[in-house]
Design a protein around this ligand. Structure first.
Ligand code: NAD
Length: 264
């Protein structure tokens, strides 16, 4: 198979099932010739991820829980041993206690604040630090964020704060690794029905609001996010780093409900 990712090898972190954004990204990359390694969190998800990896021709599937830094080290060591080098990494990992993805942000506990920040934000920095030495000029790193980082989205709460820090990390990491020719970007995806998305209270109402009020009058799919990720991870985006790229049917540019919605 030939394609724009031919000869490139990358690590995909965050596939839980075939609805995951990371799976949409994996399909787009594999269709363009990329060779992929996958991580999964826990045996139950491993049973889902292994057959998906096989669908895109990969038998390189490793357990990794980012709360346990030793498992991140083991993952990166395994990549080094098998491939020696890495062209790209996708971080599509987020978690917060769903009891705090409703109600007031002010009620966030110290324990869940710290855990959310470590898993959803700091893990990207830890992974970047470990993967950068395996990358040459042209390397690319990508994480996933959401508009709740800069705007108040009902119930997104502490995840919004973590995504704000994640977006700042993208800029600092882009500055750190830019001189080495390695790019660091994020996609800010519109709401999509996924396992993580379902943890946010009233997720359906948010999806429907986006669908009715975005300029394109729809919500985005994992395949659309996948194609934008393909661009950012490929040499087509060789001049792009430190960028938060919206793939949200344009919702982020709106300032009020559409007039149709108001008149309804
Ligand atoms: P998903 O549930 O399919 O993926 C989330 C992944 O995070 C899972 O694979 C899960 O195993 C992994 N994860 C959680 N804790 C982990 C840990 N301790 N160690 C390792 N992995 C861990 O949901 P998704 O919506 O595809 O989420 C992927 C990313 O996209 C997340 O960062 C999410 O915040 C972001 N995002 C999602 C949406 C949406 O509406 N679904 C919108 C914008 C951004």
């Amino acid at each position: 198979m030939t394609g724009i990712m031919q000869g490139k090898r990358g690590l995909i972190m965050g596939v839980a099932n075939n609805h995951s954004i990371a799976w949409g990204i994996s399909k787009a990359l594999a269709a363009q010739g990329a060779e992929l390694a996958f991580t999964y969190q826990g045996d139950a998800l491993g049973k889902r991820v292994k057959p998906l990896a096989a669908e895109v021709g990969s038998d390189f599937v490793l357990p990794c829980d980012v709360e346990d830094i030793a498992s991140v080290d083991t993952t990166v060591d395994a990549i080094k041993e098998r491939w020696g080098a890495l062209d790209f990494v996708v971080h599509a990992i987020g978690f917060s206690d769903k009891n705090e993805l409703k109600g007031l942000y002010a009620d966030t506990t110290r324990e869940n604040f710290s855990r959310t920040m470590v898993i959803s934000c700091f893990s990207f920095t830890e992974i970047a630090k470990r993967c950068a030495p395996l990358m040459n000029e042209g390397g690319s790193m990508l994480t996933l964020t959401y508009n709740g980082s800069t705007r108040v989205i009902p119930n997104y709460n502490v995840m919004g704060v973590a995504k704000a820090a994640l977006e700042a990390s993208v800029r600092y990491l882009a500055a750190d690794y830019g001189p080495k020719g390695v790019r660091v970007n994020a996609i800010s995806a519109g709401p999509i029905r996924t396992l993580a998305g379902a943890g946010i209270s009233d997720a359906r109402a948010i999806l429907s609001w986006n669908q009715r009020n975005s300029p394109l009058r729809k919500t985005v799919t994992i395949d659309q996010v996948g194609n934008s990720a393909l661009y950012l991870l490929s040499d087509l985006a060789a001049g792009v780093t430190g960028e938060i790229h919206f793939v949200d049917a344009g919702f982020n540019i709106t300032s009020m409900p559409t007039l149709e919605a108001l008149r309804r």
